[in-house]
Design a protein around this ligand. Sequence first.
Ligand SMILES: [Cu+2]
Length: 226
Amino acid sequence: MRASLSATRTSAAALFSLSLLALTRPGAAAQIAAIVTDQEGRPLADAVVVAVPAQGVPPSAPPAAREIVDQIGQEFVPYVKPILVGASVFFPNKDNIRHQVYSFSPAKQFELPLYAGTPARPVVFDRPGIVVLGCNIHDWMIGYIYVSESPYFAKTGADGKAHLIDLPALSYRVRVWHPRLQGPESATQRPADLGDGSRAELSWKLVLKTEVRVRRAPVSGSRGHY
Ligand SMILES: [Cu+2]
């Protein structure tokens, strides 16, 4: 009886040290679980959480990808699209009317000709920053491309949660941005030391600007509803 109890204890201790080993193994993947709410504590969707390695982005970081921002039902989908700097973005028009997508943002100024379908060439976003998308035909269409200097980012869902997984075990500065964020994005920054490959839980309560939206034009046959 005593022997088996001691054996159980030994294996429990072994398991415990094994799990510690898994948590602290050099080079292990780190994780950040973020939760973003508004000032009333309600979950906030469409917030971009970005982790920037304190020592700079490692050369082994994932490369920029080809991305897509659709136009569906005369809206940009998704409303907020985080991408890595250098990524090319296609803007397929899934509507049966034409759109003319543009941006005047300093991070990227462009204008696609009036088009239906998908323009042959994507737009390359070669500078970090926030790019506000509009359509010259439909004033209410607005969307955002968040061009991140770090490949480690995620966007919150309706539950206000974003998960950054498989991060290199490093120290990070983590910040959050949202289209209605009041004040500078840099003010949201906080450190997360994940050099031991651990998991950090971070939460933000953001002060938001009041939403100002352009009134949508009447849809034909909709009896004057906006
Ligand atoms: Cu349009």
